[in-house]
Design a protein around this ligand. Structure first.
Ligand code: HEM
Length: 447
């Protein structure tokens, strides 16, 4: 009789105490959930800025990383498996190894997004995810800084910037967030659905209502009537295929039987909202950094003959806005199998949290943590670099990132080449930028 091989004992990962877990829930997840993960609640955002709640979250993660080292750290939540990533290499690993064994379709995310897009790529898995992700990549021209359709998008950006500045002038030379966002969403509807959707604010309100439901995840029943109405409008835009729109471009892309094109579009409408926040904050950054603003203006002049300019410094400014104040602070994955780390084994079915602000603002490691550093984005960042992941990374990398940067940089260029903006609502200390900048409270004088 031969002896059966002894299987090596697998160590479990370090586990936080109940008290530490409660502190993580309070300081890390608490403010993120209270602010609204799917659509922001302006009053809570204002309170978070005032009481430095986002800074507290980063400091809490620092304390745990000082104590537990590389982690990942299992939280002690009865009935739920959840891990906090503490090591920069593990950020790369988790994002690179998505969706297997780190699925993008994480449970909480599925509950939040099912309110308006239950078949979107991000919360799909297997072959369905493959087809849906591919359709997004093709339509959003994932690999190219300048989208193939850029020339047809640019006039909308220019016209809406002009109209916005005219509105600001008649409002006494003041620019606030609400009119800025209204103008931005006119651009978004024109680009995504076509010029005929320019005034369709009812559609934006419907998406906002359903996103508000999404903030409550499984705590609120799905508004099936509202969701069906939204998806019917997405299908109508695809049927209309208005020339020059992303919807029309989507109909020309190869797609499998599980691709669900109409269910991918609400994600774009949703995700252009944080792009508006990031742009308004980027304008605030430039207002507080006059030398960069001068360089930006030079670049705008140099590229003014281009139909669709690249505007690298403005793109870097938006990326910095997103590094300093990430609009997707919690990147969530879920393990599909047991996964071995250097310090132990993570069980299958664990929700894995990459808390981006911790890696973006860790002042123990980064001398640029709290200052504006557009030079970080001069070359593409790789796996060897410290993880700065405003658009995620790996196979779940945001396929809309280039389109976002194309449209936001052009919108800023159209504004800055026509007007001087001065930040009136906040005084930003360039050496110590705040942990959160409340986009809803920003106000500029326009001359
Ligand atoms: C500032 C604006 C934006 C930011 C910061 C951003 C960031 C992100 C991040 C972090 C993810 C990964 C989320 C996760 O893994 O849970 C993601 C996914 C995604 N984003 Fe964006 N995004 C932005 C705007 C957009 C826009 C405007 C579009 C479309 C036009 C878009 C399309 C998508 C899609 C389709 C996914 C899912 C990808 C997948 O399933 O693998 N995003 N985005």
């Amino acid at each position: 009789m031969t002896a059966s091989p002894i299987s090596p004992v697998k160590n479990p990962l370090p586990k936080a105490s109940l008290a530490e877990t409660a502190q993580v829930l309070r300081d890390v997840q608490g403010p993120m959930v209270a602010k609204g993960p799917i659509i922001r609640r302006p009053k809570v955002v204002a309170a978070s800025e005032r009481f430095d709640l986002d800074g507290r979250g980063v400091r809490r993660a620092q304390v745990l990383s000082d104590k537990y080292g590389r982690g990942p750290l299992m939280l002690n939540i009865p009935g739920r498996k959840m891990a906090l990533i503490l090591d920069p290499d593990d950020v790369h690993r988790v994002l690179d190894d998505s969706p297997e064994p780190f699925a993008t379709a994480e449970t909480l995310k599925r509950h939040a997004l099912k309110h308006f897009e239950p078949k979107v790529a991000l919360i799909s898995h297997g072959e369905e995810r493959t087809q849906r992700r591919r359709l997004n990549e093709h339509t959003l021209d994932h690999g190219h800084p300048i989208h193939q359709m850029a020339a047809t998008f640019m006039p909308a950006v220019q016209q809406e910037a002009e109209a916005l500045l005219e509105e600001a002038r008649t409002a006494g030379g003041v620019l606030e967030y609400k009119p800025f966002l209204d103008a931005w969403f006119r651009i978004v509807r024109r680009v995504v659905l076509g010029d005929s959707a320019r005034e369709d604010t009812d559609l934006t309100q419907l998406t906002e209502k359903l996103r508000g439901d999404g903030n409550w995840a499984f705590l609120k029943p799905v508004d099936k009537t509202g969701r069906a109405a939204l998806l019917a409008q997405m299908q109508a835009a695809l049927d209309r295929a208005e020339p020059g729109s992303l919807a029309a471009f989507m109909t020309q892309q190869p797609q499998g039987s599980a691709a669900e094109p109409a269910q991918q579009i609400p994600q774009w409408l949703f995700a252009f909202d944080p792009a508006g926040m990031a742009t308004f904050r980027a304008l605030a950054l430039l207002s507080a950094h006059p030398a960069t603003l001068d360089a930006v203006k030079r670049q705008i002049r140099e590229e003014q003959q281009e139909t669709a300019p690249l505007l690298p410094l403005l793109r870097s400014t938006v990326l910095e806005s997103l590094r300093l104040w990430p609009t997707t602070p919690m990147i969530l994955r879920e393990t599909t199998t047991e996964v071995e780390f250097a310090h132990g084994v993570m069980p299958a079915g664990t929700s894995v949290l990459v808390f981006a602000p911790f890696f973006h603002r860790d002042d123990r490691q980064l001398d640029f943590a709290h200052r504006f550093a557009p030079e970080l984005w001069e070359r593409p960042r790789t796996r060897e670099d410290w993880p700065l992941v405003p658009f995620s990374a790996g196979p779940g990398l945001c396929p809309g990132r280039h389109l976002v940067l194309l449209l936001t940089s052009k919108f800023m260029a159209e504004i800055l080449s026509r007007a001087d903006l001065e930040l009136e609502s906040h005084t930003l200390d360039p050496d110590n930028l705040p942990s959160l900048l409340n986009n809803f409270g920003l106000r500029f004088t326009v001359s």
